[in-house]
Design a protein around this ligand. Structure first.
Ligand SMILES: *Cc1c(COP(=O)(O)O)cnc(C)c1O
Length: 375
């Protein structure tokens, strides 16, 4: 690969550059926590939960250890509250990141993998009926690559069959339909503050979002040793808490989330408009531009390996999200029979281009030129 020192000329993701914009504010926030002497479940977590709940427009936000735990805690809480039971089936898109499916199976429920659309990579809401059984109790739309996966069909399907809608909003912080943000579209939502996500901490973190007070209380207790007051343990819980340092960092980063998402949107629009190569299919935009926050910009090409090598030569780093479908992973032999040809095609053809708040116009043009020169 063409490099400057050991760095590619256009890195896929430059986390250091992204966070250095806010260096002084981040250091101030971390100093405030260090000097407070209080590092777990204190004022920063409380303030961040309130600020993030206000931003999303939900009644409750519970900070937890990471995105996977957020998903698991929602399911575990619904089990404790009697709304889900072990063995229930949950419809989930085939082509998601493995965490979504792990949360379901680790809590003793059964993932039913559903086909995505080829055009926008999200759950195909016109085919949901075929995955329904008397055991179906929930559906988990994933706002994949930052694009909201929610429409009237999905809502009507969930209402008609009395299914819980649990959003996996790990990739879609800030994405919004005209009146509602991702994280406020179903009964509960999980999000992740993994450093590479649109709202990224300087370490692990996650949150559960909901308007359901009972659920929020249960999640809060289960995430804290199954306890709602110290040394009283009503449930067998786990230890999964957002810590004060990460909460303080996230309070800084939240202020810039919309600005960063707008920057991503401008890059995506530029790619969509200017990438013009007969071997490359650009992602189909959402009818509401605000409904996509472009966590990833994912193209499709039948010549993926050759294109990736071509871009490498120009010093442009690309990644594949995700190279192997879940039903072909060693971890899930029990899902091996859930074949899906659209999923197979996606996993063979998708390629993620550099996108993010620190990418410059020069870098974006370099990517476009390199792609357009691919033969
Ligand atoms: C990142 C991610 C998760 C898990 O989040 P972690 O904080 O890494 O545990 C879950 N679902 C999706 C779609 C993700 O991208």
């Amino acid at each position: 690969m063409n490099t400057v020192g050991s760095q590619p000329i256009v890195p896929f993701l430059d986390l250091k550059k992204r966070n250095m914009y806010y260096k002084d504010e981040l250091l101030n926030a971390m100093t405030r926590v260090t000097e407070s002497g209080w590092y777990i479940q204190g004022k920063e977590v409380e303030a961040f939960q309130q600020e993030f709940a206000n931003y999303i427009g939900v009644g409750f936000c519970v900070g937890v250890g990471n995105g996977l735990d957020a998903l698991r805690l929602i399911i575990r809480s619904y089990i404790k509250l009697g709304k889900l039971s072990k063995g229930d089936e949950v419809i989930v898109p085939h082509n998601t990141f493995i965490a979504t499916v792990l949360a379901i199976s680790e809590e003793g429920l059964k993932p039913i993998l559903a086909s995505p659309y080829l055009e926008n990579y999200n759950l195909d809401t016109s085919k949901l009926r075929r995955y329904l059984s008397p055991k179906t109790k929930a559906i988990m739309p994933v706002h994949l690559y930052g694009q909201i996966c929610f429409d009237n069909r999905l809502k009507a399907f969930a209402d008609r069959y009395n299914l819980l809608i649990i959003e996996d909003a790990a990739q879609s912080a800030g994405a919004s339909l005209p009146y509602k943000k991702s994280g406020n579209l179903g009964h509960a939502a999980a999000t992740s503050f993994y450093p590479g996500k649109n709202l990224g901490a300087l370490g692990d973190g996650g949150a559960v979002l909901t308007n359901d007070e009972q659920l929020a209380k249960m999640v809060r207790a289960l995430a804290n040793y199954g306890s709602s007051s110290k040394y009283i343990h009503e449930w067998k819980g786990l230890n999964s808490r957002l810590d004060e340092l990460q909460a303080a960092v996230l309070r800084v980063k939240l202020k810039y989330l919309d600005k960063e998402n707008n920057h991503r949107r401008i890059i995506a629009e530029c790619y969509n408009r200017k990438i013009n190569n007969p071997y490359v299919v650009t992602p189909c935009p959402h009818k509401y531009p605000s409904a996509h926050v472009w966590h990833l910009y994912v193209i499709r090409t039948p010549y993926r390996q050759a294109l990736q090598q071509h871009l490498n030569k120009y010093g442009i780093q690309t990644l594949i999200h995700y190279p192997t479908p879940i039903y072909k992973q060693g971890a899930y032999p029990e899902l091996a029979n859930q074949h899906c040809s659209i999923t197979d095609k996606l996993h063979q053809e998708v390629l993620s281009l550099p996108i993010g708040p620190s990418l410059t116009a020069i870098e974006v043009n370099r990517v476009i030129e390199a792609i357009n020169s691919f033969q």
